[in-house]
Design a protein around this ligand. Structure first.
Ligand code: ADP
Ligand code: ADP
Ligand code: ZN
Length: 214
């Protein structure tokens, strides 16, 4: 099963993608996590990506597309994968379609996690991320068991540099201008499914499982 998670920054794509990956035993591929891992490892890609990320801008397609195509061609993606944070532009979506068409495949679902902008600012200011394992929490709605410590790996959880309110506003603008058009793109392909992302995490997941099948 090949799934794309769509939605604004902070809509809950990552939270849901992790659960989907567990339930259906497919890899969770987050371009944001890949960029942050590169930054931590001090690679050139990581340094370049950070310049854009810190401004709330998208990393250029040239730096993003090959990376994802490379990842999905790996062995563990044979039975499918869940893409979280990619594609984010029409050219990225076209590149993905072209790469899959070449090997006689296509995406199965694009799941749009719908959350209005008003809720997003609150979600982001309370988000805490583990930069070691990629887990995300929320200080109110999805807290860690021990304050400030990742449940999964025991490392500290932090407010990401790009989750400051001013940067979040910019990211929302970028989302509406560059990523939201993908909703129509996948509607035209008849693979778009929308879920109400304002519900509690478990309810959102239930709605997604209903779409994907048990
Ligand atoms: P969010 O939680 O907002 O969905 P991500 O962790 O997915 O954030 O992405 C963080 C940042 O990484 C984005 O604001 C952007 O700068 C960059 N990024 C991630 N995925 C992409 C992509 N597919 N194309 C361009 N930039 C990306
Ligand atoms: P995205 O990957 O779309 O940027 P995340 O999955 O990181 O979003 O979620 C953004 C923030 O909102 C995190 O702090 C997360 O814990 C929290 N969150 C995710 N889903 C829900 C939900 N259904 N209700 C309330 N908070 C949520
Ligand atoms: Zn962790």
């Amino acid at each position: 099963m090949k799934i794309i998670m769509l939605g604004a920054p902070g809509a809950g794509k990552g939270t849901q993608a992790k659960q989907i990956a567990d339930k259906y035993s497919i890899p969770h591929i987050s371009t944001g996590d890949i960029f942050r891992a590169n930054l931590k490892a001090g690679t050139e890609l990581g340094k370049k990506a950070k310049e854009y990320m810190d401004q709330g801008l998208l990393v250029p397609d040239e730096l993003t597309c090959d990376l994802v195509m490379d990842r999905i061609s790996q062995d563990d993606c044979k039975n499918g994968f869940v893409l979280d944070g990619f594609p984010r532009t029409i050219p990225q979506a076209e590149a993905l379609d072209a790469a899959l068409t070449k090997i006689g495949q296509k995406m199965d679902y694009a799941v749009d996690v719908d959350v209005p902008d008003d809720n997003i600012i609150n979600r982001m200011s309370g988000r805490r991320a583990c930069l070691n394992c990629g887990a995300t929490y929320h200080i109110v709605s999805i807290p860690t068991k021990t304050e400030g410590v990742c449940d999964r790996c025991g490392n500290p959880v932090v407010l990401r540099d790009d989750d400051q309110p001013e940067t979040v506003k910019k990211r929302l603008e970028v989302y509406h201008a560059q990523t939201q058009p993908l909703i129509d793109y996948y509607k035209k392909q008849n693979i778009l499914k929308s879920v109400d992302g304002t519900q509690p995490m478990e309810e959102v997941f239930r709605a997604i499982v209903e779409i994907l099948g048990a």
